[in-house]
Design a protein around this ligand. Structure first.
Ligand code: ZN
Length: 109
């Protein structure tokens, strides 16, 4: 990703989640989203860019489904998707994307 690119942030008050990344956009519910949330979504933009948008979403939902079968719980399934585990672990480290390796989410599978 272009160094420093943080996506085109668009506020959608009716969004059903606090943030959502759809490369190259980051949709946020609140007018002034937290820095941590923006960085979290930025990590997802990088994941989508390196994997390809379509494959990212297929993988995301297949992994969610498998984890849902395992945990029988929406929130635990969501939090354990490898893309989310990587993003939640590093969302408070702004320098993370500069040192992140290609397909780093695999370490969280
Ligand atoms: Zn996320």
């Amino acid at each position: 990703m272009v160094a420093g690119f943080k996506g085109f942030v668009i506020q959608v008050p009716s969004l059903w989640v606090t943030g959502m990344a759809l490369y190259p956009f980051v949709f946020v519910k609140n007018k002034k989203p937290e820095e941590k949330l923006l960085h979290h979504e930025c990590i997802h933009l990088q994941q989508q860019l390196e994997m390809g948008f379509l494959l990212f979403y297929i993988w995301y939902f297949v992994e969610y489904f498998i984890r849902y079968l395992h945990y029988q719980d929406h929130y635990r399934a969501y939090r354990n998707i490898s893309f989310e585990r990587e993003a939640f672990l590093h969302e408070s480290t702004p320098a993370y994307l500069r040192e992140r390796r290609f397909w780093a989410f695999r370490a969280f599978l």
